[in-house]
Structures are given as structure tokens and as C-alpha cells.
Write a protein that binds this ligand. Sequence first.
Ligand SMILES: Nc1ncnc2c1ncn2[C@@H]1O[C@H](COP(=O)(O)OP(=O)(O)OP(=O)(O)O)[C@@H](O)[C@H]1O
Ligand SMILES: [Mg+2]
Length: 233
Amino acid sequence: MCLEVKDLKKSYGQGESRSQVLKGISVKIEEGRMCVILGPSGSGKSTLLNIIGGLEEADAGEIQVFGTQIDKMKPRELLEYRRKNLGFVFQFYNLIPNLTVKENIQVCQYLSGEPLELEELIQTLGLSEHRDKMPSQLSGGQQQRCAIARALVKNPKLLLCDEPTGALDSVTSREILTLLETINKTYGTTMLIVTHNTAIKDMVHQVIKIRDGQIAEDRVNLNRISAAELEEL
Ligand SMILES: Nc1ncnc2c1ncn2[C@@H]1O[C@H](COP(=O)(O)OP(=O)(O)OP(=O)(O)O)[C@@H](O)[C@H]1O
Ligand SMILES: [Mg+2]
């Protein structure tokens, strides 16, 4: 099992204004699967992803990644765990503005003991001709590809993506999804993708829906189609 989350709870705020965002979430994701998390705005998707990624702390519950329990780790251990196992793709890319495409990717390459080959990755992601550009000189889709390259160069076992196509048009979205599909096939990377885009559910192995801080649906997709075949994006 790649990921096992048990009865995860999280609240924000104090006293009267306290609200429970995650009300006991339990999910399991098998290794090598692409999984999508759908749900209305404010339902707790990003909060769940951030907790799994060790960026935020839960109030209660357990998280195991490849059999290692991460919810009770000390900050240093957590840092090491994140560095070794996780890639994170953020909605708004978070590229370093004064580094080139290549340098942005290199920064993460240095953090890994067994990184992927940089040149190969740049080529796979269609970034060859943009390698020496600054993020501000790139289109949204190119920036997103750079952000994905940066998350992937460490060859993470688990890739967490928060709205990877959120800011993109449908043509570029399809391009990014095709890319994620190829990476999943090539490296067996387990992926957890948070999205508003319900069309994506047809191309992944597992579909999880969150409503009001709870799991409303969790099913395996038996009739997957490829990103190229998705009708509307
Ligand atoms: N740091 C925080 N402090 C207080 N409240 C927060 C914080 N982060 C999130 N929330 C609240 O928790 C709820 C869930 O937020 P979350 O970002 O997880 O939703 P989401 O499902 O990702 O929404 P969206 O689809 O709009 O991105 C929201 O009501 C939000 O206002
Ligand atoms: Mg969100």
C-alpha cells in the first residue's frame, strides 16, 4: 500500500469560530495508482493534501506512507521523509523567479540521492527550448511543466498535485494530463491529484469525492480512458 490515511481530523479557528474541516477521513491508495480527489470549493481537499504532504499538521488520525507512519514524526524526520518520498505540484507553480527553468529543476535534483537524469526529464517535459528562460518568460502551461519537472526530478514515489490544470486552458490541460499519465506508466509513480475538473476522473484508477470534510465516494475506475480520449476538459 502506498498511502493509508485513518480517521484524519482537522479544525481551524478558536472558540465560536472554530470549524472542523476534516471530519474523519480514511482512504487507501495502492502503489502505482493515479487517484483523483474531487469536491466542492472549501470541502477540505487542499487541507487533506497538505497534511499528507507534511505541510500541515492534523489534529487526530494516522497517516502511513509506504508503511511508515508520518503523523508522529519530529520536524527533522518529516523533512527527510518529504525529501525522499514526495513530489509536490502546487496550483500556482511556486517557481523561483530569479532562476532559469533548468536551475529551478536543478535545485530539487540536489536534494535527492537518486535523481532522474536532468536532460532526459527536460526533454520528456518538452522544456528543451525553454531551459534557459526565466519563469516570467514562460506561458502558464510551460510554467506548470517546469513545476512538474521540479517535483519529478527527485523521482518521488508519491506525487501530490493540487489543481495541476486549474489555471490552464483545455488544450494545455490535456497536455499536462497526458504527461502525468506517461510518468505514471514509465516510473510507476503513485499520484494523488486534487482537482475541480471532473472530466479527469475518467482517466485515473481511483476516484475519491469529498463533501463537507467527509468521504462521499471512493471507487475504483474499471474503465479507464486515456487523457487523449477525455471529451471535455
Ligand atoms: N490556514 C487556515 N486557517 C483557517 N481556515 C482555513 C485555513 N486553510 C483552510 N481553511 C478553511 O478550511 C476549509 C477547507 O479549505 P481547503 O483549502 O482545504 O478547501 P478546498 O477543498 O481545497 O477548496 P478549493 O477547491 O476552493 O481549493 C475552508 O473553509 C477554508 O476556509
Ligand atoms: Mg484547494
